[in-house]
Design a protein around this ligand. Sequence first.
Ligand code: GLA
Length: 371
Amino acid sequence: MRSVIFYLILVNLILTGCKPKPDSVSSINQMIWGKEGEAAIKLFTLTNRKGMEVRITNFGGIITSVRVQDKNGKMENVVLGFDSLSGYQGTHPYFGSLVGRYANRIANGKFVLDGTPYTLAVNNGRNHLHGGLKGFDKQVFRVDTAYASRDSVLLALTYLSADGEEGYPGNLKVRVTYVLTGENEIRIWYDAETDKPTVLNLTNHSYFNLTACRENILSHEMVLMADSITPADSTLIPTGILSPVSGTAYDFTTAHTIGERIDDVPGGYDINYKLRNRTGQLVQAAEVYEPASGRLLQVFTTEPGIQFYTGNFLDGSLTGSNGLRYDKHSGFCLEAQHFPDSPNQAQFPTAILRPGEKYRQLTIYRFTVRP
Ligand code: GLA
């Protein structure tokens, strides 16, 4: 009997090659990852039926790893991050984070809403960046729902941002729902409601590297469905105009490698593109292909803009997952969002939320391979 069982296990191992089985069931697992103050922090592992695996923590709603197949079926992590919670609790450039209350910059940390001036925490030179000194990326989220169905895996986190937090008006109830679909998509739904007029701009700040950090990102080929950018001053506050990309190093309306013209952009890319949707419908925003692995990332969003950032401030001082050293251009971000400084720029799509209104955003990161 024992030898029969041994034989069956052996046959199973040979057949599966110890790899995740294609079309196996999806699952969600959780473990206690550490503590933030008195709060227990969890790490969730979402696995779909194709074996794609995404890890998310309720600390900062952070996506800590995304393991997807390359053209040979090899599963590797394609985002920058840390192996332990302490990495995220320390200073880092928003790896995988859920950024809020206002992603990107607000000039001088000031804005006026319905005639009332507000002053926000200033944490980026003279400006407010990514929610301030303690943005959503450093907050503990409540775990609302975690389940796996046959086709997809879902994790919903909630956070109550109190009236006055980092200077923002209104109690803001935020819910972010991560869905890993059976088609290798990470769908991120953001919902929010407020009890006073406020401004908000939520995004995910994942840094991607489709080579799994074997190489930097400069040979990734990218298309952006965007015809103009919001040029910015030396502190990265938009000047207020829209500038066509045509004929410039910012033009990704047809495929170019990220590195091809990066030297023409002082400091590297860190710029907001205006997408081709004015009405909040879901549109494709970007497509990034990495030839050696065959991995293709497509981004879809309901947002009016996307910040393209090439990890210009990484300097080799951060040691990330698997002991990797993150350097300049180790990863790129495609942060679907409202335009920077919208609260001060009336001509930009509005980022105001009022009581009784519902904020809703959907952004999708879809992973496939080209043979
Ligand atoms: C965004 C900003 C960058 C930088 C990074 C975080 O992408 O636009 O300027 O602040 O976040 O380091």
